[in-house]
Design a protein around this ligand. Structure first.
Ligand code: ZN
Length: 300
């Protein structure tokens, strides 16, 4: 079977106001809302998906907006930053884009030989743009996982998931061990001292989803994760992909998702995200769901 995870599928986070979230990711960051649906486990709240025009795996950022959610904060056992890519020579354009939208940023600074700028979304969730040759703007270039002890997490990344260790660096945040998938998406394990535990809430990452190309490979990956002694869920149908979930040893919730069927399975690519899509089991209560969900407007 395939012995290395090719890349990320999506990253999922929590936010407070869905409208502020849409305005930021669509207007300021130029992402497209590619799916407007509900949290399948809690259908009274939205699940918003952003990505490139086609909703390609590897470009997808998703949010659960909890209107009354208090602010969370990153801590050990949670993802603590997500990086979007800028093409070679494109970090200046990215900085200009942020400045034009009135977004404060820090940098560029050098990290593992790459230029990085750091900023935050309206819920203060840490974001980065990294110059990554060979990638267009908007791909998820990497994710940072905050862990107390990187060693067990590193072993899962390399020995179970087939990522390549890229060395380590120390920066203002702490000690950073870098790994990469076969498509050069980076996973950084950050060891940082803190006395304050993290707390889920608006502006925190919920989980990190890796991608596999098909259902057969997905089942093989489930076996592989289970054989490594990790407690993995059964395959769950998420309408746009199949998913399995497990916690890596540092506590971060990992998902492995299939590329198929993709976001154009229930609406055409041209009109992705324009109307509320529900899985078949919730269609019978669509009226009730639509009454509960706050109205949202996608900026042009
Ligand atoms: Zn997910």
């Amino acid at each position: 079977m395939q012995t290395a995870i090719p890349g990320l599928h999506h990253v999922t986070a929590m936010c407070a106001s869905p409208q502020e979230n849409i305005d930021f990711y669509v207007k300021s960051l130029g992402r497209r809302l590619v799916k407007r649906t509900v949290n399948f486990d809690e259908p009274g709240t939205y699940h918003l998906y952003y990505g490139d025009h086609a909703g390609s795996p590897g470009t997808i950022i998703t949010f659960f907006p909890f209107v009354d959610a208090g602010p969370g904060r990153a801590g050990p056992g949670m993802a603590s930053a997500m990086a979007l890519s800028a093409p070679a020579g494109g970090i200046g354009d990215a900085a200009e884009m942020l400045a034009e939208h009135g977004i404060d940023f820090v940098g560029p600074v050098e990290r593992f030989g790459e230029s990085v700028i750091t900023f935050a979304d309206p819920d203060r969730m840490p974001l980065e743009i990294v110059e990554r040759p060979g990638q267009d703007y908007g791909h998820i270039a990497g994710i940072t996982l905050w862990v107390r002890d990187p060693e067990p997490s590193a072993r899962v990344l390399t020995d179970v998931m087939g990522l390549t260790a890229m060395g380590e660096e120390r920066d203002d945040h702490g000690q950073r061990l870098r790994f990469k998938t076969t498509d050069s998406t980076t996973v950084d394990l950050l060891r940082a001292e803190t006395r304050v535990p993290g707390a889920m809430g608006a502006g925190t990452f919920h989980h990190v989803a890796f991608r596999v190309p098909d259902h057969e490979t997905h089942l093989a990956w489930r076996e592989r994760v289970a054989s490594a002694g990790l407690d993995v869920t059964p395959v769950i149908d998420r309408q746009y992909f199949d998913a399995i979930y497990f916690r890596e040893p540092g506590g971060v919730l990992f998902e492995i998702a299939t590329d198929p069927p993709g976001f154009a399975t229930d609406e055409p690519v041209e009109t992705l995200g324009q109307t509320l899509k529900l899985p078949p089991r919730y269609e019978a209560v669509r009226d009730r769901i639509e009454k509960i969900l706050p109205p949202i407007r996608v900026p042009a």
